[in-house]
Each structure stands twice: as structure tokens, then as C-alpha cells.
Design a binder for this molecule. Structure first.
Ligand code: R5P
Length: 303
């Protein structure tokens, strides 16, 4: 019989609470403080001896602090001899730096993976990792969960409410990186079709799409699926192209709401009818953005 105790640090507090409720287990108490010089002190205030510890924390902004909280907290837990430690990092910061794009660049994601490995946690759970190669950077067992089932349910509900038949819906991958994710969503939404766009980045945080055969999206209701929304540039550029090609409507879904600039207004101005994300990163979002809860998916891993 597992004796779970679920912790949150400075992020993902609601998710940790929900997961503890679903698993009907203890919600642990943690303490995060900062010294005057900015150094972090993260520790458990709950007894974890002989318990199966679940720690939920995305390494979203401020990524470095959140990462360091995890490292220090796990050390404080380990010193009390828990039975096991599972790290749940729904959004893994630095994931987009998973390859060398230019000769003098680091593979930052691999560096972060090596650091997380030093915690010697028993396993790591993530959500919709930016790239499959990232799994190979970790030595600890990694389980990459997906929000695609939540998106499928949400899409069905949305199109039913608009009386739109799924055969008139095209699922769009905004670049080749999201292709597999889009395949998985297409399988859960029978009769939909699929289109992959070609994206290039003329400069960091700028996105442009190459034109496509108009016939693929003309008269279709398009659903663009991505792993994350950061500046919104990728989705806006994709939406502009789809509209130019005669799409009937556009909605967007993405797992991680990085939203490093407040891009909701720009997405709406680009005539995007609905924006759906998950709470992998817990933050207050505009009421125009719908947030789906990943807690049941995390909890079901432990049931
Ligand atoms: C890029 O490869 C990712 O999958 C996302 O498309 C990208 O990071 C989103 O960023 P932004 O919203 O700034 O275009």
C-alpha cells in the first residue's frame, strides 16, 4: 500500500491540492524563503519518513528559481528517508533549447536534465515535452504525459455547441515539431483531417509560415494545436495564413501557457475564436482563455 504525500513549492499549488484530493492523501507543507542576498531556502515542514513523496512544480518563470527550489527541497526530503520521490514537472523550462541552432550555443535543456538527475528522484513526470529527444537527456525514468485527451473532449464539446460536424474540421500542426501531437488528437477526433505547416524563424521569437495548398483548408474549421504559447507569434502567423487560404474559423489549443508577453489580445485580434490551454503553468489568465485542469491525469498515474 502506497502512502503518498503531495507537495507544491512556489508554483502549481492548486494542482498539488487537487491531486492530493483525488488520491485522498496528505497535502504536505513546504517552506520557501529567500535570504537577503537572493539565495533560496526550500524545505519540507511535513514528516516524509517512509512515505511516497510526489513533488509538483513547473520550472516556468522565474525558471532558475523554480528549478533551484526543486533541487533544495528534494535534498531536504531525502535526508528524512522517504520511501520514494516522484518529481512532476508539468512544464519543463529550457525545453526549447534542446539542440544547437548555431555553432556557439549550448544544449541548455541537456544541462538542465543533468542537474535534475542529481536529485536522484525515482522518476520524473512531464507533460507534452517540446521534443521527444529530451527524454534521452535524462538518466532517471521519465514519463511524458499528454493533455491531448483533455483537448479532444474540449474540441468535441466546442464543435457540438456550434453544430459543426467533425468532418469539416482540420487539425493544424503549426510546425513539424507538433506533428505527432496532432496525429494523436486527430485519432481521438474521428473524421477530422490534418495539415502540417512549414514554419521558419527569421529572428528569435519571430515566426513566419510558408504558403500551403489552399484546397487543404478552404471552407474548413481549423484547430491549431501546439505545445506552448509564448509570444503568440507562431499561432498568429499560422492563423493569418489559414485565413488567407479561406478557412472558416480558427481555434487554438496548447498545453503550456508561457504567455511571456500578454498576447491574448493579439490572438483575439487575429480572429482566433477560442484559446484553450492547461494549468501546467499556474497563472492568472484573461477570461478569454479557457484553462483545462491536468490534475486528474497526474493523479491517474498514481492510482
Ligand atoms: C516552437 O517550436 C514551439 O513548439 C512553439 O510553437 C513556440 O515556442 C511558441 O512560441 P511563440 O508563441 O512565441 O511563437
Amino acid at each position: 500500500m502506497k502512502k503518498y504525500i503531495v507537495f507544491a513549492l512556489s508554483g502549481n499549488k492548486k494542482t498539488a491540492k487537487n491531486v492530493a484530493e483525488i488520491l485522498n492523501c496528505e497535502l504536505g507543507k513546504s517552506s520557501i524563503t529567500k535570504f537577503k542576498d537572493g539565495e533560496i531556502l526550500a524545505k519540507t515542514l511535513s514528516d516524509v519518513r517512509n512515505k511516497d513523496v510526489i513533488l509538483i512544480q513547473s520550472t516556468s518563470k522565474p525558471s532558475n528559481d523554480k528549478l533551484f527550489e526543486i533541487l533544495l527541497f528534494v535534498d531536504s526530503v531525502r535526508r528524512m528517508n522517504p520511501k520514494s520521490i516522484t518529481l512532476v514537472i508539468p512544464y519543463l523550462g529550457y525545453a526549447r533549447q534542446e539542440r544547437v541552432s548555431w555553432i556557439n550555443e549550448p544544449v541548455s535543456c541537456e544541462v538542465v536534465a543533468n542537474i535534475i538527475d542529481t536529485t536522484k528522484a525515482d522518476r520524473l513526470l512531464t507533460f507534452d515535452l517540446h521534443h521527444n529527444d529530451i527524454e534521452n537527456f535524462f538518466r532517471m525514468p521519465l514519463i511524458n504525459l499528454s493533455a491531448v485527451t483533455l483537448f479532444a473532449m474540449s474540441a468535441k464539446k466546442y464543435y457540438e455547441s456550434k453544430h459543426i460536424d467533425l468532418s469539416n474540421v482540420t487539425i493544424v500542426s503549426p510546425d513539424h515539431g507538433s506533428n505527432k501531437r496532432v496525429d494523436n488528437l486527430t485519432k481521438l477526433l474521428p473524421h477530422t483531417s490534418k495539415v502540417i505547416l512549414n514554419k521558419h524563424r527569421p529572428a528569435p521569437n519571430k515566426a513566419e509560415h510558408f504558403s500551403i495548398d489552399e484546397a487543404l483548408v478552404k471552407g474548413k474549421h481549423c484547430l491549431i494545436l501546439d505545445d506552448m504559447i509564448d509570444t503568440g507569434g507562431t499561432l498568429i502567423s499560422a492563423a493569418n495564413l489559414l485565413q488567407k487560404c479561406g478557412s472558416k474559423s480558427i481555434i487554438v489549443m496548447a498545453t503550456h501557457s508561457v504567455f511571456s508577453q500578454n498576447c491574448t489580445k493579439k490572438l483575439i485580434a487575429a480572429n482566433i475564436k477560442k484559446i484553450i490551454v492547461t494549468n501546467s503553468i499556474e497563472k492568472r489568465l484573461s477570461k478569454d482563455v479557457e484553462q483545462l485542469d491536468i490534475s486528474p491525469i497526474i493523479a491517474s498515474y498514481f492510482k
